[in-house]
Design a protein around this ligand. Structure first.
Ligand code: CUA
Length: 349
């Protein structure tokens, strides 16, 4: 096999692994795969991964090949008699040389692994190029609080949940902490894992080079609903991102129609306002996710369900059957009020 043909075969088998894995992932969880990097950090990790896997595969094939070679030679040799099975000194020396050589090669490969690993980690720790966009993330059982601080104009700070919009091509610096237990921020297509620790700030960064919606997942067991603590990173061209950010800065307005107005009243006078905030209204509790632009989000309950009226109704009435242990209590709302509330929440774009 020529070198070009070998490279071609490696590339083809890599593509097959990627297709099989991302296909299976996309079918059940949306787009999330460490084998399909979409930014420089995930790419560096992916290169490291392929380097380790391919080197280990070559070593494995060499070891198994040597084993079969030795077995064949042993079975080809005539049965040794009691006096003859003492090795000749030449053969013994050759064997010692082979074993010492193999041990030296193994040690060299391990040292090479260590060097490549450390240098990859070093290159990942530096945010390259342009001034990064800062986003604050707080982990909660079991959702992600996301803030875009505006240091000069604090009233322009944007608060959202479980969905992080970023412009493509610009590094994003994420400052993280946790409100309760240790969580871990992991968007495999863009970045490695980073823990969120109560009372301590950790930092990570990434850059998305390709537009797309990338699923992320809490990667540290954090209690009953750890598996339902997902988020989405929406990477889009700068213009679209600026448009989104401007829209998110605007407060909610009272709906024009009577059904929506009735729904607003249900929200403000019922239990909703005790935990959630909606900018521009009297609801200002920070206990649960900010709902000012709830209707603009793709999912509810941290990636648990697609955000549509039916799912929202089910979630409001009986969140415990969807996400047992979540902090949101069940709500007894009469059908008319629920219809109004849903209409109001639908206006929060
Ligand atoms: Cu948060 Cu696991």
């Amino acid at each position: 096999m020529t070198t070009a043909a070998f490279r071609d075969a490696v590339a083809r088998s890599r593509a097959l692994v990627i297709i099989a894995t991302t296909g299976a992932m996309a079918a059940c969880t949306g787009f999330q795969s460490a084998l399909d990097p979409k930014g420089p950090k995930a790419e560096a990790v992916s290169h490291l991964n392929w380097f380790l896997v391919i080197t280990a595969a070559v070593v494995y094939v060499a070891v198994i090949g040597a084993l079969f070679f030795a077995l064949r030679r042993a079975s080809a040799r005539p049965v040794a008699f009691a006096r003859d099975d003492v090795e000749e000194p030449d053969r013994e020396r050759a064997r010692v040389r082979w074993v010492a050589g193999a041990a030296a090669v193994s040690a060299l490969i391990l040292l090479l692994f260590l060097f490549v690993d450390v240098s990859t980690a070093r290159s990942l720790s530096q945010v390259g190029g342009v001034r990064p966009l800062r986003i604050d993330v707080v982990g909660h059982q079991w959702w992600w609080e996301v803030t875009y601080p505006d240091i000069g104009n604090p009233q322009n700070t944007v608060s959202t949940a479980n969905e992080i919009h970023v412009p493509i091509g610009r590094p994003v610096l994420i400052k993280m902490t946790s409100d309760d237990v240790i969580h871990s921020f992991w968007a495999p297509n863009l970045d490695g894992k980073k823990d969120l620790i109560p009372g301590h700030e950790t930092i990570t960064w990434f850059r998305a080079d390709t537009a797309g919606v990338y699923r992320g997942q809490c990667a540290e067991f954090c209690g009953h609903q750890h598996a339902k603590m997902a988020f989405f990173i929406v990477a889009e061209p700068r213009v679209n991102f600026e448009h989104w950010l401007t829209a998110q800065k605007s407060p909610a307005t009272t709906p024009a129609d009577s059904l929506g107005q009735a729904g607003e009243k249900v929200f403000m006078t019922g239990t909703c306002a005790m935990c959630h905030s909606i900018e521009g209204t009297s609801a200002g509790s920070k206990y649960g996710p900010d709902l000012t632009h709830l209707a603009s989000r793709r999912t509810i309950a941290a990636g648990t369900l697609p955000n549509n009226t039916g799912n929202l109704a089910g979630w409001i009435l009986d969140p415990q059957s969807i996400k047992p242990g979540a902090k949101m209590p069940p709500n007894q709302i009469d059908p008319q009020s629920l219809r109004a509330l849903l209409a109001y929440l639908g206006t929060l774009r």
